[in-house]
Design a protein around this ligand. Sequence first.
Ligand code: DGJ
Length: 726
Amino acid sequence: MGISFNGRERVFRLDTPGSTYLINIVDEAGFLCHTYYGRRIPDDGMSYLLRINGEQLPFRSSGDQTGFLDELPMEYSWGGQGDFRESCLRLETEEGYRTCCLTYLSHKIYGGKPSLPGLPAAYGGEEDCATLELWCRDSCLGLEVCLLYTVFEKLDVICRSARIENRGEKTLRLTGALSACLDMDNRDFDLITLHGSWAYERMINRRPLSWGRQGAASKRGISSHQEQPFLALAEHDAGQDHGQVYAMHLVYSGNFLAQAEMSQQGLVRAVIGIHPEGFAWKLRPGESFQTPEAVQVYSHTGLDGMTHTLHDFYRNHLIRDPWRNRPRPSLVNNWEATYFDFDTEKLLDIARTAAQSGIEMLVLDDGWFGHRNRDDSSLGDWTVNEEKLPGGLKYLADEVNRLGLKFGLWVEPEMVSPDSALYRAHPDYALQVPGRPPMLSRNQLVLDFSRAEVRDCVYAQLHAVLSSASIAYVKWDMNRALTDVAGLDTDRQGELLHRYVLGLYDLQERLLRDFPDLLLENCASGGGRFDPGMLYYSPQIWTSDNTDAIDRLRIQEGTALLYPLSTMGAHVAACPSHTNGRVTPFATRALVSLPGCFGYELDLTQLKPEELAMIPGQLEDYRKYGPVFHDGDYYRLASCSENGEYDVLMAVSKDRRTAVIDYVHVMSRQRRRDVLLPLRGLAEEVRYRSSETGEVRSGAGWMYGGMLLPKMAGDFLGKLIVLEAV
Ligand code: DGJ
């Protein structure tokens, strides 16, 4: 078991294969302090790192209690008694007092991992992991907090969350409850976060950690295009394959805060959890609040180590059956092919061409319901538009099935158009502040998913749609941020955003329970909800509305820093690109999409014959090498966003017999010498043959000697190079 308690040293030790995490109980008061996190060590007695000198203990009689707390590395911080850094726990008593103080109460260690009620969370059996419940309390308030840690046997991951229980006699108002805190010395850290905007999601941002507070956050009600619920602290000289990296990623799909703070004496506090701004939760006596889960990763092999750990963890402990490690079907989606302008015959034309090419599924996107011919009506009225689709979804799906394709469908269940029967019947179902006109975005309002009757009404419609035809896949879209957030009882407004997210999870869970084989793909105006919370329900997520192959390189690079390639929806789209007008060859577009969940998003019937003729080969590559990209180890070999010329990613199968190198030659430049690219991840002693040159060389040769990138004349070209063990 990776967890133990040493009563003499008063230390909890949490070991993963490559890391040790130590928590000490300090002072007579029983503060829980974070002592050590880093490379695995055998020692328990590391409390010298806390720098508590003799005169300061015991805390209660020390002359400078305030200074003491402000420099102590805390396990779960609170405010009001001298720790002036970020508080994990914030509350108010009925009298309006905001001070609390948590000290050790008890603990429990056991095999396996508990699920978190109503929340997505990683899973693991007794053979995979062990859990520590570390209870602390504030005896003045009668408040108890259970800090949960699950340590995995084979991966350098610790899952953390907190459960806050009111065991007192008075109601408390929680105004902040973060999921995890990590206090450390600054080791010349860089802070890494992902930022972006619509159609330009998850750009990697690395900069030196500086004094004060910095990081990422969302207050949009969704995890957002703009920020990712993630931060990493990497030693300044840590690179792709060396150096220490500490990462935190939140399994949550709403407002979040991921913040690093450098305070006096070079102390660093990293925290992650629900954003405290606007959050308030009424906790009556006997009630408890469970925070979302944070996935904490340690790597001493640089960013590769962090990425591999997260990929393996999400593939095996977050994505659930039946889609866990199962090949994802190729598809054609009609959105960029037709937008709202389609009918059954048009869709069947596309399906026929798809069937001849070997594509496995047709997905019908927005515009099949109500009287929706533009984006200004009918959300909330989930009944098929028989003018466009005579015979309904059943006829269409049956015809598509008859052609040998599966059928998939787009929905946007969280929304309502003011021009809809649902809104006319129940205007109060939409989030809005009484007496104030709500803000429209894409002509729509957000349904109050915190209310069970609203969810039930939408779910009944969804259930009827999905039962009406053979639907194998659902794309669950969500096209606006949350504003005008009001509802519930007046004294519970601060609960609404979190209850909304819980409502969303409830509906997706119901959907998967009632349609267990369904392949769900989450989407929010492209990649606005690419977060680990969504991944628990949908094994793949639409990466971005930006379908231009060259822009996608950077978007997919940022996404793949954290997420397995098997989760990234990636389609070959029309040209010139509907996003930015760029013209790229058909083959290059396929090369960029190939590592992800591969598909087409264009009118197949309009392709040139030579383009159409390429599709069977592209699908064959996906069938053969998709599993290497999806299930293997991913390596970022070169980034066009850094070198301005070429982009190279590589995936190596877990048995290290096959490696695929996805090389995109973005911008031509005259060079006298070929570009040399050291490979990674191969077995040194195994000999591999290159599909490009036929050369056979040892893994060591390919890695330490390197591969010469094939010469290409022109822009936006590329190659798939395969190395097979001989
Ligand atoms: C936004 C999505 O990202 C697109 O792929 C498409 O489904 C549209 N919504 C449809 O309205």
